[in-house]
Ligand binder design. Sequence first.
Ligand SMILES: NC(=O)c1ccc[n+]([C@@H]2O[C@H](COP(=O)([O-])OP(=O)(O)OC[C@H]3O[C@@H](n4cnc5c(N)ncnc54)[C@H](OP(=O)(O)O)[C@@H]3O)[C@@H](O)[C@H]2O)c1
Length: 243
Amino acid sequence: MLLIRHAMVILITGASRGIGAALAGRLTGSGHTVLAVSRNRKGLQRIADECNQQTGKRLCHPIPFDLTDLTDLEEEFRSTVMNHAATVDALVNNAGHMIHKPFRQFTLREARNLFETNFFAPAQLIRIILPMMADSSLRHVVNITSMGGFQGSAKFSGLSYYSASKAALGNLTECLAEELGEEGIRVNALALGSVQTEMLAEAFPGYRAPLKPDQMAGFLQWFILEGAGYFNGKILPVSISTP
Ligand SMILES: NC(=O)c1ccc[n+]([C@@H]2O[C@H](COP(=O)([O-])OP(=O)(O)OC[C@H]3O[C@@H](n4cnc5c(N)ncnc54)[C@H](OP(=O)(O)O)[C@@H]3O)[C@@H](O)[C@H]2O)c1
């Protein structure tokens, strides 16, 4: 088994709560540096403070940013990231947006917003971060998709655009693994099953998921650091429930 022992720099989007926040805690707890991106400045600062207090080191760096602004603020974002680290070893496209409502009731604006956050922002972020991976020994891009966007899976009514945006990110994963493979970049997608987070509770009140964020984060940590040794261009279902 490939073992990466030295400290890595990992950029995680959507780290102010839920799975991303738990992942930031796990990774910094193991001595890795986390560049934590999301919009909620206070929430992000709280997570960074928790991580840094627990480790006694400044390993979690909050970067408050709305990823749907990347088109206009690409240079600003790039230089902010570079102020924290010259090399990024892994990028985790975890930030996501869910709207749960019948297909007929969706406005085009809502549908586009979903695709902005769940597809275009991760795609653009990969382009921005790629040059910063050149000197890394890991070079792993992990896209967080969903079982709803996994071909042939059981589907949930009301998640049409959300699932389609995740399926698009999965397909991009397969394409980029091919296109970037010669540069030693590994690109994979994890299609998650349900995890008890605020996103899930807001969309499906009363439903209890079988996993807590920290449990899922434990697997994600392993996959980010070790998975590139086993997988490339794969969309892997990570689920003990249906869907
Ligand atoms: N929970 C589940 O059951 C489940 C299942 C399958 C897949 N997933 C996927 O797993 C990922 C994490 O989900 P979660 O359940 O942990 O959700 P969550 O608790 O709602 O967290 C989502 C994160 O994304 C950030 N975010 C959203 N829009 C953003 C934007 N425009 N710019 C920057 N950050 C943004 C949010 O932070 P701010 O509000 O601070 O920006 C938040 O930190 C998502 O991609 C989700 O689709 C979750």
